[in-house]
Write a protein that binds this ligand. Sequence first.
Ligand code: PLZ
Length: 443
Amino acid sequence: MTIEQKRVVVTEIPGPRSVALQARKQAAVSAGLGTTLPIYVERAGGGIVVDVDGNQLIDFGSGIAVTTVGNAAPRVVEAVQAQVADFTHTCFMVTPYEEYLAVCEQLNDVTPGAHEKRSALFNSGAEAVENAIKIARYHTGRQAVVAFDHAYHGRTNLTMALTAKSMPYKHGFGPFSGEIYRVPMAYPYRWPTGAERCAEEAFEQFTAMVHAQIGEQDTAAVIVEPIQGEGGFIVPAPGFLAAVATWCAEHGIVFIADEIQSGFCRTGDWFASEHEGVVPDLVTTAKGIAGGLPLAGVTGRAEMMDAVHPGGLGGTYGGNPVACAAALGAIETMRADDLCGRARHIEAVMRPRLEALRQRFDVVGDARGRGAMLAVELVQPGGKEPHPALAARVSTACHREGLITLTAGTFGNVFRFLPPLVIGDDLLLEGLDILDAAFAASV
Ligand code: PLZ
């Protein structure tokens, strides 16, 4: 069923039905699961999410960068319906099926680099990251893994160790997996000596720390998000990623790009690494890959991916046939509808408006990102002290008007935008108007 691409607010947000469901949630669901915006969803498509009270909200979140092709995207629906009627599971490790192969072929094709590649499929981003680390350790025979400040890689034990932020991700959940080391990120806006010096100095610190604290010969992998997601949409200073990747290659260290949030057309390229001219050894993918069905992948150099003994990788559900069918429908949509081009168009529409916000309000310290992965960082007046309270106020104001927005950042002070790439310009502009008004009312 197609949904009219129009914002409609008919009750307070959340409305009475959503409020009742949220009360049921409290009685039935672990309190450990938070809610950004407690409207309960009935249907969604294009740039609109319809709730149980009949409100139609503009979607600037895509379920955290997942519904890149839109919710219930036609090619995804068609592929899933056909597959679910044929068979739903056999376990790829027991009796395999072609859809899994086709997704791996697509991943080998669309990820950066023309070298020989192999892929393996999993269920979630965190599981893909876990497996990328397993493969890197196996291939190198080394143990240490280097991650960056502001990194987010997941909520499982190993990926919590890789994730930088304590609250809410790590607090109380230790002890964490060993042999994980953290180095500073080349974060231009907050680099102590200024953005100009950021790439060079961050690279110097990175090499010095790995050399002194771990030893290159003991380092299995460096893992990095080419644009950091949960950590605040931090775009590393230009040249930094390429320098790290080159240095890793010189020392036999596996360079892993975590493209789980930034991949699949989100930043205007198939993968964010491309913009920096970086060819990672291993790439982790999830989120946008399958239009909302749970699927994740590790793709990389054949000699690394094939190093592991048969049976060393796997899982009951990894590469489930229905999720694979969805991925094939989603990837076809990205190609046929040039969603990378759409992401660049969204940037062309949104960036000037975010830049205008920065000019107008001194509490908007930075406007950044790429493609349809954009953000503003909010700070206290007259300085750079993070301003999470303002981010919360602007969020609430947007939500009340029927605009789904997300925050992010180590300090909770980043307002991020991840619209589905199929959103229409009119909804995009209306969302930006709501944002403007929310800032004007909240600052
Ligand atoms: N790597 C770069 O962005 C997931 C987390 C939401 P999973 N980000 C959204 C939350 O609060 O749990 C993510 C990511 C990057 C890994 C992951 C983990 O992916 O599919 O959530 O396991």
